[in-house]
Design a protein around this ligand. Structure first.
Ligand code: SIN
Length: 549
């Protein structure tokens, strides 16, 4: 067994020595899924919602393109359903997708009722954008390319005005609390102001986002370190399909600059990918060319770069011209201007980067995990909506629909209040050699990018797994007392799990591409489910889920 199977908590603690807080619902995470859940839960009891940093610092705030939903009279949930399944490469759960597309439009109505501003056409109807994999324009957006910012402004304002919600910002969820029978009863948290605290909750909703920071090249903000995934794993929840990480085809590629996302909506407005000589990259590779599903476009770029030896592709939106580009994409235009680029006049250098963690904590269609009292929604959850490749702009909608549904499930489950019992973590304080955390993190992120990135190979995955197991023996054996240390341990845990799942999936499907197994295997493993303590030979294998509803 590796240390990944043995460790249950990150820190030594004894609950009776810490301050205690009681709540009906604890929400870990404050992006779109977390806040939607908190607002819903506040109708039925009191809520504590944790934000790891400032409340507007989540991945959701960064979303550019928008929210996909079939709200146009000429669109239909069925068409949205079909596009989602097609992108998902055979691993979507039809029931979850059906729920998403049918309940999605009401969530948009709700946001508008709460005061969200969306871009509108001359007739006053929401203006709808087009993105990859969608058969028609159905992406609702705000301020051109700042949808996440406006969505989060709306949800934060509504949550702040809702009685019964306590928002704890700069509060790090360290670990889940669970009883010996496996019921989750809250979490241990840490904040710079109050230190360690115990929060007891009848229902705990995990909405802590994904793990893009496990890769050197990522469009994700600093906070996306997979903490919620790792804590669910340590608590013994079943995890699903962690090998599927979505790489966004177009992040800005400038030495030394962050990998800013260049929204797919830019291609929705007619931009195309070209190489240095101006040759189209996606022409002839897929019927939808530059608007093919994201995994196809990412692969197209990578194959082209491997053949040409060029370091990056270019996005050509020059047909829009400077004024139109700046009008439709104001935030992008000003970000690009900071690097001397005019998106409507110059080619934009782009490269794929890790963007969205598709796999996660396995849930049913109501957000129930395998642990009583624990629910999950948003990027941390694997509820079957995204399959092997998420359809563009489906994630904000997923956070809204399933954030609300988690609360419905918790109400139905009607669990008793947790009895605040004495809980003691099993972690032994050990004396470990000095560790340069920044170095561990950067070595991990580079190794993930090189070996568990867009194109993978079994032999390299196996080497990487050995290396991570070795690093785990000392990095997970150390006890830290700051978020920097816990985040590094979480990244290492999630990197290890992703690598193991990628090695296990001996086929190429959706975002998971293996040079040594280049075909899709229709008799393949279906979903790959694991929980701590289960050796590979006994992992919970589940059949391929049919696409038909
Ligand atoms: C984008 O604007 O391209 C990102 C949208 C998404 O990730 O769904």
């Amino acid at each position: 067994m590796t240390p990944f199977d043995l460790r249950r908590h990150l820190i030594p603690f004894r609950s009776q020595l810490l301050p205690h807080i009681f709540t009906d619902t604890l929400v870990i995470g404050s992006g779109v899924a977390g806040l939607r859940a908190a607002i819903e839960a506040a109708q039925h009891g009191d809520v504590v919602a944790l934000a790891k940093e400032a409340i507007d610092h989540s991945n959701s705030s960064w979303a550019q393109g928008g929210i996909a939903a079939a709200i146009d009279a000429n669109d239909s949930p069925q068409s949205h359903f079909d596009d989602t399944l097609r992108a998902g490469a055979g691993l979507c759960e039809a029931r979850a997708v059906r729920t998403l597309v049918e309940e999605g439009p009401a969530e948009i109505e709700q946001l508008l009722a709460w005061g969200m501003r969306v871009d509108r056409n001359a007739a006053g109807q929401p203006q709808l954008g087009l993105e990859g994999g969608h058969g028609r324009a159905r992406i609702i957006h705000s301020d051109g390319d700042a949808t996440g910012r406006e969505l989060m402004r709306t949800l934060i304002a509504h949550a702040r005005a809702t009685p019964g919600i306590r928002l704890f910002d700069r509060c790090f969820g360290v670990d889940l609390l669970s009883t010996s029978s496996g019921r989750v009863t809250g979490a241990v948290t840490w904040s710079p102001r109050y230190g360690l605290q115990i929060i007891w909750a009848r229902a705990t909703i995990l909405a802590g986002g994904g793990a893009g920071q496990v890769y050197r090249e990522t469009s994700n903000p600093r906070v996306a370190t997979g903490d919620a995934l790792a804590m669910a794993w340590r608590a013994g929840a079943w995890m699903r399909d962690l090998e599927f990480m979505q790489f966004h085809p177009t992040s800005l590629y400038i030495a030394g600059a962050p990998r800013h996302l260049i929204s797919e909506a830019v291609r929705g407005e007619g931009a195309v990918l070209v190489d240095r000589r101006g040759q189209r990259i996606m022409a002839g590779r897929h019927p939808q060319e530059d608007l093919a599903p994201r995994d196809v476009v990412t692969r197209g770029i990578v194959e082209h770069l491997a053949g040409s030896g060029e370091p990056c592709a270019h996005l050509d939106a020059r047909h829009l011209g400077s004024a139109k580009f700046a009008e439709r994409f104001p935030s992008l235009a000003s970000m690009l201007a900071g690097y001397g680029i005019d998106g409507g006049r110059d080619l934009m250098p782009v490269h794929p980067a890790a963007h969205y963690t598709i796999g996660g904590v396995r849930t049913d269609v109501d957000g129930r995990t395998s642990l009583t009292g624990l629910y999950a929604c948003g990027e941390v959850a694997a509820n079957g909506v995204h399959g092997a490749n998420r359809l563009a702009s489906n994630s904000l909608l997923e956070g809204l629909v399933f954030g609300r549904r988690c609360v419905g499930a918790a109400l139905k489950d009607s669990l008793p209040d947790p009895v605040p019992m004495h809980i003691e973590s099993r972690v032994q304080t050990v004396v470990a050699g000095e560790l340069d955390l920044a170095d561990v993190r950067s070595s991990l992120r580079s190794a993930m990018w090189r070996n568990v990135g867009i194109v993978r190979h079994g032999a390299k995955l196996a080497d990487c797994l050995d290396m991570f197991a070795f690093w785990g023996r000392y990095a997970l054996g150390s006890v830290f007392d700051t978020p920097e240390g816990w985040e590094t341990q979480n990244l290492l845990t999630v990197g290890h799990l992703m690598t193991r799942a990628a090695l296990e999936r001996r086929e190429s499907r959706g975002t998971h591409q293996r040079l040594d197994a280049p075909e899709e295997d229709s008799a393949g493993p279906g979903h790959i489910d694991w929980r701590t303590g289960v050796p590979a030979s006994q992992r919970h294998a589940v059949g391929v889920i049919g696409a038909a509803s």
